[in-house]
Every structure is written in C-alpha cells, then in structure tokens.
Write a protein that binds this ligand. Structure first.
Ligand code: FAD
Length: 608
C-alpha cells in the first residue's frame, strides 16, 4: 500500500477530502445495494484499495429506518425528484422517489424480498445472444448473497409460510426472515384470493411464484430490524478493512478518461451540498452504481450517451451510445381506496389511529421483538403475483392485439433506430412471457386497512432520463412515459378487475368493503382507463434499465460483463444495466448481481 494510505488509522475507513487517497484501484460511484456489495467483495483482497463515493449521508440509526413499524423513508429521499408532464397520465407532473443515503434504496425500501421469475434472467441471456446470463447461473449468487432465518414451525403453519430450502441461502451477508405476526384481515384476503383462483405458492424465491404467498422481509430475525446494504456490506467488515474507503455526502460529477485510449482514469467529485470539484484517480476501474436515474446522468455528463443530447450541452463525445438514459422502466402503482362496514381490528390502520394499540405493540416489540412493529407500517404480510392468464380470461386477445400494434408507435418519433430495434426484441419477449402461466405481470396487495395496491410489473411503455444541465447537482429530466403504450392500460385494467373480484369474494365481503371514489363509478374499460390516467403513480421506486445490457445494435450500453461500450475501465453495476424489469422486486436481484459482478472483476484482475 502507498505511504499515504498507511498513515490512516487502521479502522478509519470513513474518509473526508483530506484523508482521501490520490489513487485507488477501484472507485465506485454510489453506495447503494450494488455499490456496497461489490466494494465489500473486492476489498476481501487486502491489497485492493476501493473508494465508494456516496451522495447521501450515513444514517446514525434512526428508528424510522431500522424499525419496520416506524417506517419513515422520507428522511433520505433524493431531493426535488420530479417527472416532466406525463403525456399518458393527463399531463401530470409527479414527484418520484429514490434513496440518497449510504445503503441507497435498501436503507429506505419496504423490505419486500421477492426475486424475479426464472424467465427474466434467461431472457437477459437470450437478448445478449449468449448464455452467460440465466436463472441457473444466477441461483448460486442468490444463495451466496443471503441468510434466511426460518420462522418456527408452528407459526409458519399458522401463517401459511412455506419454502423450499434449495432456494434459500443460509450463510450470506444479507439477512431476511418473515414478520412473526399478521393482522387478522390478512387471513380473509388469503381465503378470498384462493377462491378467485390464486393458489398458495410453495416458494416465491424459486423462480416461479404466480399465486399468493407471505412476503419475505429483509430484516434480521435476531433484532427484527432492517438489514440493509450499509449493515451487511459495510458495517459487517469495515473494522478489518483499512482498504475499504467510503466518502459520504459527496457526488460523483463525471468520469475522467485518457483521451488517447478512452480508458477511465478517475472521477470528479464535489460535495452534494455544493462546493469545489476535485479529482480522484483510479488504476483499474471505475464502477457506476448510482441507481437507475443517476447512472445515466453520470454517463451523459461524462460524454457517454446520445450524440445529439451531448452536443446540445456542448459535452465532448467520448462514446456515442444512443441507448444511455433511454429504455427507462418502473413498476407503476395504483392505490385503490376502500371503506369497510366491519373491518377487523387490529389492522394496519389501528396502528396509526389507536394510540393504546400502538403503545401496546411498541412494548411488545421492545420486550420480545414480536407484534405489529415487525411489519412495515401500512403494509400487510401477504401478496399475490398474477400471470396474465390468472388475471383475465382475455389474455390471448390482449397478446394478439399487442402483436398487431407496431412497436415504433410506442416510442417517440425521433427514437434512434438501434433503441427501437432493442425495444422490438424486448416487446416480443414480454408478449411471450404474457402467455406463460409462471410469469407474473402484476401484484395485488391489501394492507388490511383502507386501501388496496395494484402493481403493474411488466409495462411495455418506455421512458427516458436525460440531463437538462451540465451542472452535476441538477437532477435530470425524468419521463416515465407511463401508459404511452395502450396495451399497458389493458393489462392494468385486467389486474384492477381481478382485485375487484377478490374483494367481491365471500371472505372479503364479510368485512363489508366499498371501493372509494373515483374508482367506484368506473364500470367500463374506458371509465377505468380514465381513472387510471388520473391516479397511477408511474413509479414504485424501481427505476431501471437506462444503461441496458444489450448488444450495441439493440441500443445497448454495456456488454454481458457490464462493460460500457466504446471505452475501457468502466462498468455499470446498478439496476441501470438490467435490460428489462423482472416479475419481482429489485432488492434480491441487486444483491445477487453485485456478488456476480464482484466475482467477474476478481477473476479478470486476478484478485484474491
Ligand atoms: C422508498 C422505496 C421503497 C422501495 N421498496 C422496495 C421493496 O420493498 N422491495 C424491493 O425489492 N425494492 C424496493 N425498492 C427498490 C430498491 O431499493 C432499488 O431498486 C435498489 O436499491 C436499487 O439498487 P441499486 O444498487 O441499483 O441502487 P441504489 O440502492 O438506489 O443506490 C444508488 C446509490 O447511489 C447514490 N448516488 C446517486 N447518484 C450519485 C452520484 N452522482 N454520486 C455518488 N452517489 C450517487 C445514491 O445516493 C444511492 O445511495 C424501493 C425503493 C425505494 C426508494
């Protein structure tokens, strides 16, 4: 190690601008799930010096972050994130969410831990034209990344919790379990779901999960507190790793290149609060892990992106990649309000409205780590993942109608031909998935209180993230373009109607539910579409796919080794590299792909 490095006290892995080394082997932009997973694994080799630059602060252990029942994610929302007017959603301008804190989304997410469907990872491989990505190749990394603590047998039986040990890792850094409590209404919902054709799933982490299941939750069973990337990939190892540096509240402005060979030589950084820019250099690689909205921004500011956009801002083109910032996808959310004539108490609402109940549950949590405080507030403990076939008998007609549409109609008229070619491949892949009964297209959830949530997992609409300034502290223009492909409303309507059917089943009807305005008056598909345009939230904070792993001729930005095309020494580790959304929630996949990428990098650089 260089002399400058040896001067640091052994445990001082948190650095500031004075104690920063001039050069590292690897610099990671963004300390979220992927960034910290990769940093942890690379620093297993004591000779490898890694710097993680994180835009957000370090959480001091706030209750709203650690205790599920006190869930308060807004402490660390990325400031001032807002969409441009959404053409498919009545031109609404909508606030949108991402994490800005060490740990990224894992510090503030709802702890829902559900992998994608096996076909998702297989499709990533087939769209690459090679078999390096598949469910089978991902499974060892899912298992390596996690430690599952099983609930006790009696409780598991009572709460319908089942799993297959073949799909559950037991010795990885990420800890997860199930809350040891459920609201009584959750049982009504469970029975109603079965009565409308949604069967219990043996293991939602098996790559096939269409049906209903209790939700695995990313918390440590010993403490029933959030287990997130700062805890499992930084705190866990930091005392033994003087080679693992983190600088917080600092933004990566752009990547620097050797103009002769286009190798990444370092990054420019500046305080997130504003201030002067300085440079840190790298001997091996820069790894982007800033999340689905910010990695494309860094790429564009660094001269990697659509030439037209870069020219507009006078940025010198290092690699003309029309796909950077395009192909934005999320999993839109619809909140359907309900009132009940006889809702069972307690429910997740009593938690907020009844101070005595809240205090009782708090005491129970303090003394025995049981009760409602082990559940993310306002959520319940089970969920449905529906195939299109389960959602509607009209599934074949929906696929046929979608095939009859020209893919080009779904994208802006000035779309780059390579991006359109990539979209055509994605669209056909999704339409094939629509016909597969093991592929989930939506989620239904009832928090047991005053609303139901309907999630659309595989939209066909595609958005964009484009810089609107050369100032690294200015947020990019975010355009989800939700609902610009008309098929999305059709699929979403099928999911919405299935939710209605579930609430009309006898075991929900005993609670006397009434759908609230403006949904209650929506009868025809056209009515429902109109309400949706007004009510859909385009994001569930699952923004992805803006630096897609696809061949260049399909608008790709990174290769199957996650290397950015046209330059060297630069990879994308975060959710931006996904080509398409999965049928799950991102967290599990992000930990696993972090593990996978670390192995790839270690092998390539002969690291221990
Ligand atoms: C409120 C909320 C609820 C969610 N609920 C769930 C859930 O229940 N289950 C689930 O599976 N997923 C959930 N998600 C999504 C999930 O957390 C993310 O998809 C996941 O964290 C993405 O991982 P990542 O490594 O790609 O990026 P992130 O974890 O988002 O990390 C990116 C990091 O980069 C930092 N950064 C950004 N720009 C810069 C820059 N220029 N310089 C330096 N640092 C930068 C950010 O501050 C952030 O810490 C939720 C997300 C949010 C925000």
């Amino acid at each position: 190690a260089p002399a400058q490095h040896q001067k640091l006290p052994r445990f001082a892995t948190l650095v500031n601008r004075q104690t920063l080394n001039a050069t590292y082997d690897f610099i990671i932009a963004g300390g979220g799930i992927a960034g910290l997973t990769v940093a942890d694994r690379l620093t297993e080799d004591p000779n490898v010096r890694v710097l993680v630059v994180e835009a957000g602060p370090i959480d001091p252990g706030l209750e709203g972050i650690l205790v599920p029942g006190s869930f308060a994610p807004y402490y660390y929302f990325w400031p001032n994130l807002v969409t441009v007017p959404q053409a498919g959603l009545n031109n609404r301008t909508i606030g949108t969410v991402a994490g800005q804190v060490l740990g990224g989304g894992s510090a503030i997410n709802a702890m829902v831990y559900v992998r994608g469907d096996s076909v998702d990872y297989d499709a990533w491989g087939s769209m690459q034209g090679n078999s390096s990505w598949s469910w089978q190749s991902m499974l060892p990394y899912f298992l390596k990344s996690e430690s599952f603590t099983a609930p006790n047998t009696a409780y598991a039986q009572e709460a319908n919790i089942t799993w297959n040990p073949a799909f559950r890792g037991t010795s990885g850094p990420l800890k997860y379990t199930y809350p040891p409590y459920y609201y009584p209404g959750a049982a009504n919902w469970w029975d109603a779901a079965q009565s409308v054709g949604l069967p219990p799933v043996e293991d939602p982490l098996s790559g096939s999960k269409t049906g209903i299941f209790p939700i695995p939750s990313v918390m440590d069973a010993a403490t029933m507190t959030r287990n997130y990337a700062k805890i499992n990939h930084y705190d866990r190892v930091r005392e033994a790793r003087p080679n693992y540096h983190v600088i917080s509240s600092t933004m990566v402005a752009k990547v620097l290149f050797d103009p002769r060979c286009k190798k990444a030589t370092g990054v420019n950084i500046l305080p997130t609060a504003g201030g002067s820019v300085s440079s840190v250099f790298v001997s091996k690689e820069v790894i982007l892990a800033a999340g689905g909205l910010n990695t494309p921004k860094i790429l564009q500011l660094s001269g990697i992106g659509p030439k037209k956009l870069l020219n507009k801002f006078g940025i010198r083109v290092v690699s003309n990649l029309p796909g950077v910032g395009q192909n934005l996808q999320d999993q839109p959310t619809l909140t359907v309000p309900y009132t009940f004539t006889s809702n069972i108490s307690p429910n997740s609402g009593s938690f907020f409205t009844n101070a005595t109940y809240n205090a009782e549950q708090r005491a129970l949590y303090e003394t025995s780590r049981k009760g409602a405080f082990t559940i993310i507030s306002s959520l319940s403990t089970n969920i449905g993942a529906l195939s299109l076939k389960q959602a509607t008998p009209d599934w074949e007609a929906i696929i046929a109608a979608a095939r009859a549409n020209d893919a080009a109609d779904s994208l802006p008229s000035d779309v780059d031909p390579t991006v359109l070619a990539g979209y055509r491949v994605q669209r056909e892949t999704i339409l094939q998935q629509f016909a597969d009964e093991n592929v989930s297209v939506g989620n239904l959830h009832w928090g047991t209180s005053d609303n139901a949530l309907v999630y659309h997992l595989r939209p066909l609409s595609r958005g964009s993230v484009n810089i609107q300034s050369t100032d690294p502290l200015v947020n990019p223009a975010i355009d989800y373009r939700t609902g610009t492909d008309p098929v999305d409303f059709t699929v979403y309507t099928a999911l919405f109607r299935k939710n209605r059917e579930l609430f009309a089943a006898p075991s929900m009807q005993v609670l006397g539910p009434a759908e609230g305005a403006p949904f209650a008056d929506a009868v025809t598909d056209a009515d429902i579409h109109e309400v949706m345009r007004d009510k859909i939230d385009p994001s569930n904070a699952h923004q992805c796919c803006t630096a897609a792993m696809l061949p260049k001729r399909l608008g790709g930005v990174v290769s199957s080794e996650q290397k950015v095309y046209g330059v060297s020494g630069l990879r994308v580790a975060d959710i931006s590299f996904w080509p398409m959304q999965t049928g799950g929630s991102p967290t599990g996949t992000m930990y696993a792909v972090g593990e996978r990428l670390a192995d790839l990098i270690k092998a390539e650089h002969n690291l221990a």
